[in-house]
Design a protein around this ligand. Structure first.
Ligand SMILES: NC(=O)C1=CN([C@@H]2O[C@H](COP(=O)(O)OP(=O)(O)OC[C@H]3O[C@@H](n4cnc5c(N)ncnc54)[C@H](O)[C@@H]3O)[C@@H](O)[C@H]2O)C=CC1
Ligand SMILES: O=C(O)C(=O)COP(=O)(O)O
Length: 524
């Protein structure tokens, strides 16, 4: 039974889902990094929010970990590269808390416009400070939205409902989508110049770090309101403090901070400054949504191999997962065998799918074949990391499809081009088992086995006997022997499955036989 650790405070609905699905679950929150490192080795899954930060060290210690589930949107607390390198799938719940966070942004906007938190505190202190507060209306004002994805779009809808004008900056927002949202798409500087209030809804990446900079704050109208419910680090906090102190910024409301938890901060106590402790996603509804969703997704992956909302690997539906399994297995074997038969760096790989397999989602099959192929040179590669590593190394990867008839026999053809030559290998599934049907252009019919030796030789009488004798003399038992050639007297290939690994000395003895051209030992 797979075992999952819930390491951050999460709705108990997550625990219930895991239990109902037959996944063993521990809930241990508030662990230090060292404590997490000590226990993470026992778990197949780790469920977190934003407090736990699974970094490279934690992931390295997580020897059995297969999936990290983020009950929420932002995954900047997870070292995705370290997870990818180790084959750990990272998934989030991209929609479950979006409405709640948009509502928090609107709440912050109103709070800032009317200074509700400080008015409340002072009223309850017995001051009745009626004459100290004069807010501004949001009606007819221009709201500048930076980042118009899920949450930004929900904020736009709500702001339009408040009869605000909405302008948006997002490099990936199309003009059509902006029109549909009722927002005007503008450039970043124009947004800073025209807005009466600015709200941020981007991830924290290089292009957004410090996007509310001192210089851009200087472009804004006097009396601007700044709201950030996205990520700390988007706003230059020092510049914001100066602009608030100078009375240029009317009010600012931050839910997120560059360093969290923010227990002390230069902005704290600044007049017209409002802070909430990263509460954007904290409603009953959102927490129930993300907890159920993350637990379902993690259980699906651990129990069936289905992948949804993963950030580092292609999606596989629950219905596809069992149908894909034999092809993933075939692809892995084909790739791993071929990778051990190459003698030069790979330039490009083409995966050609034929027959019924073309009806499936071939992305995971390609990823598995690629991982197998790269394993000879990169032993730690896996299905998750293979596409990234291939790209980093400039290996061109192509997929193509032929004879897409559902009833046609499924074949997977790998065409690998190295700096020296081109290799073609074809495999199929026969009675549920993966088989090789063509090896470097030569037709054959062979099963995969953990220990194999590949020999290419001149097609001469007596060769097979001599090869058998070398193996026999070295007490290597032959399991199966597959032969093939293009035509009589041409080059022949044989793929021999043996019961024990072939040592270097046996490989050398085979190499020294008359007529042998190439000998490669393959282990799967
Ligand atoms: N305070 C909280 O508790 C919560 C915060 N969040 C945060 O809110 C943020 C937005 O979440 P979603 O809307 O779901 O993400 P999303 O991915 O749907 O939208 C982000 C948008 O930012 C845009 N973007 C990327 N680079 C940009 C740039 N340089 N300038 C302008 N726009 C840029 C993207 O094109 C995209 O449309 C994330 O950082 C997420 O972590 C999400 C939920 C709760
Ligand atoms: O979903 C997100 O991106 C959030 O920032 C919510 O964070 P949390 O789960 O409340 O720690």
């Amino acid at each position: 039974m797979p075992k999952v650790l819930i390491a951050d405070k999460m709705s108990s609905a997550a625990t219930q889902v895991f239990k109902n699905r037959g996944v063993d679950v521990d809930v241990i929150t508030g662990l230090s990094k060292e404590e997490l490192i000590d226990i993470i080795g026992e778990y197949d899954g780790l469920a977190v929010r934003s407090t736990t930060r699974p970094d490279a060290e934690i992931i390295k210690a997580a020897k059995n970990l297969k999936v990290i589930g983020r009950a929420g949107i932002g995954v900047d607390n997870v070292d995705i590269k370290a997870a990818t390198d180790q084959g750990v799938v990272v998934m989030n719940t991209p929609f479950g808390n979006a409405v709640t966070t948009a509502e928090h942004a609107i709440a912050m906007l109103f709070s800032a416009a009317r200074q509700i938190p400080s008015a409340s505190t002072r009223t309850q202190n017995g001051e009745w400070p009626k004459s100290d507060f004069k807010g501004v209306e949001l009606f007819n004002k221009t709201l500048g939205i930076i980042g118009c994805g899920n949450i930004g779009a929900l904020v736009a809808e709500r702001a339009l409902g408040l009869k605000m004008k909405v302008i948006a900056f997002d490099p990936y927002l199309t003009a059509e989508r902006a029109v549909k949202l009722g927002a005007e798409k503008v450039e970043l500087d124009a947004l800073f110049q025209r807005a009466d209030a600015i709200t941020l809804h981007t991830p924290l990446v290089d292009s957004t770090k410090g996007i509310v900079s001192r210089e851009r704050l200087g472009m804004t109208k006097k009396g601007i309101i700044i709201v950030n419910c996205a990520r700390g680090g988007l706003v230059d906090e020092e510049a914001l403090k100066d602009a608030l102190d100078a009375g240029h910024v009317r009010a600012a409301a931050l839910d997120v901070f560059a360093v969290e938890p923010a227990k002390e901060h230069p902005l704290f106590g600044t007049p017209n400054f409002i802070a909430t402790p990263h509460l954007g996603a904290s409603t009953l509804e959102a927490q129930e949504n993300v907890a159920v969703q993350v637990a379902e997704q993690m259980a699906d992956y651990l129990l069936t191999g289905a992948v949804s909302n993963a950030l580092n690997t292609p999606s596989i539906t629950a219905e596809e997962a069992p149908r894909l399994k034999p092809f993933v297995n075939l692809a892995d074997n084909l790739g791993a065998m071929t990778g051990q038969l190459l003698h030069a760096p790979i330039k490009s790989v083409e995966f050609t799918y034929k027959g019924a397999v073309t009806q499936l989602n071939t992305n995971p099959v390609t990823a598995a074949a690629l991982a197998g192929l790269l394993k000879a040179a990169m032993p730690d590669v896996n299905m998750v990391s293979a596409p990234v590593l291939a790209k980093e190394r400039g290996i061109e990867v192509k997929e193509s499809y032929v004879d897409e008839a559902e009833r046609a026999e499924s074949l997977i053809r790998l065409t690998v081009t190295t700096t020296e030559r081109k290799y073609v290998v074809v495999g199929t599934i026969y009675r549920g088992e993966p088989r090789i049907v063509r090896l470097f252009g030569v037709p054959m019919d062979a099963a995969f086995s953990p220990n194999m030796v590949y020999v290419r030789n001149e097609d001469k009488p007596g060769f097979i006997g001599r090869l058998g004798a070398v193996l026999g003399d070295n007490k290597v038992n032959i399991a199966t022997f597959s032969l093939g050639r293009m035509k009589k007297g041409d080059e022949a290939v044989c793929l021999v499955s043996v019961d024990e690994p072939i040592s270097e000395s046996v490989a050398q003895q085979i190499k020294s036989l008359d007529a042998v051209k190439i000998v490669d030992v393959v282990s799967l």
